[in-house]
Design a protein around this ligand. Structure first.
Ligand code: HMG
Ligand code: MG
Length: 287
């Protein structure tokens, strides 16, 4: 039996949030419905964030109401605060994700708060989700490099990851937000984080700006990680991280893992169709 590695599809959220053209909800729903048939266990559909900050995600409730949910697939959404959590719960999100930064500069830009303030704001979200029986995932951003503060000390990542773990996050996704990490910096960061959490509670979330995401995945596989976030068609970026273009492409990660003998359980024909649909959405063509 080949060893399993999970790809967590984040294209509909991280992939599309940075697009300038306001994409109609129907197109987003069509993409999620196609992805549902690809074999993913988890798909990040949208985010319940302030529409003043990220207008593209302003239709989160409509998208969640429109998707056809398949059994066995977890439909995840981002929630930055209690208002977002209430929206996510009303929309029957299968799980929610809270997100914090390992640097003060990015925390201010992305969340308008210091790291400490953002953690204080996230604690009630995690507590409410736990009380409601909704699993919570945590993100730490800028795990190797920050566009505002420069290189991120690994200890800062470990501290924020531990804080999210203590709030009850079942998994921490390590966001290499601007795609400037290298296998060495990823490895150093993981050394610190693995002091706090075992590899099976970590995921790699690597943007591919400099074309090193697959190498960074390899460095993470060597440290025992077996879950990676990716966006079909390589869409993506964070609106508050200058230079953050493109999550690593799901189809590339799947092929790369298969070449190493790992099983992802994905249907590559469906992934190919979804990648074409995602790219067409970026270009504003009819899909
Ligand atoms: P703020 O402006 O300090 O908050 O933003 P506020 O409480 O003053 O709210 C401002 C307005 O937004 C108010 O409306 C609120 O009601 C509304 P007004 O009274 O002016 O009409 N509002 C909301 N509306 C809907 N849903 C909500 C919500 N919250 C407030 N949840 C805030 C603080 C956290 C809200 C803001 O900074 C925000 O939304 N940030 C999110 C930014 C974002 O989505 N970034 C991208 C996702 S993170 C990412 O991509 C990284 C990741 O991929 C990992 C990686 O790569 O590193 C996960
Ligand atoms: Mg991201």
């Amino acid at each position: 039996m080949p060893e399993a590695v999970e790809i967590f599809e984040v294209g509909p959220r991280d992939g599309l949030q940075n697009e300038r053209r306001l994409i109609p909800a129907a197109e987003k729903i069509a993409l999620v419905d196609l992805l549902s048939r690809a074999g993913f266990r988890r798909i990040e559909v949208t985010s319940f964030v302030s529409p003043k900050w990220v207008p593209q995600m302003g239709d989160a409730a409509e998208v969640m109401a429109g998707i056809a949910r398949l059994p066995g697939v977890s439909y995840a959404v981002l929630t930055p605060n209690m208002k977002g959590y209430e929206g996510a719960r009303a929309a029957r999100a299968s799980e929610v994700a809270i997100f914090a930064s390992a640097s003060e500069g990015f925390s201010k830009a992305n969340l308008n708060a210091t790291i400490a303030e953002s953690l204080d704001r996230l604690a009630p979200v995690a507590a409410a989700a736990r009380a409601d029986g909704i699993p919570v995932r945590g993100y730490v951003s800028v795990v190797t490099d920050c566009p505002f503060d420069g290189p991120t000390p690994p200890g800062n990542v470990a501290r924020v990851a531990a804080a999210l773990r203590d709030m009850g996050c079942y998994e921490i996704s390590l966001g290499e937000t601007i795609g400037q990490g290298r296998p060495e910096t990823i490895d150093a960061m993981l050394t610190a984080v693995l002091d706090e959490l075992p590899a099976d509670r970590l995921a790699g979330h690597y943007h591919d700006t400099a074309g090193r995401a697959l190498q960074n995945i390899d460095a993470s596989l060597a440290r025992g990680l077996r879950a990676f976030d990716a966006a079909v068609g390589g869409l993506g970026g964070c609106p508050y991280a200058p230079g953050a273009r493109g999550n690593v492409a799901t189809e590339q990660v799947a092929a790369h893992l298969a070449a190493q003998g790992y099983a992802t359980g994905l249907d590559m024909d469906v992934i190919g169709q979804a990648a074409a649909m995602a790219r067409a959405m970026r270009e504003g063509a009819d899909v």
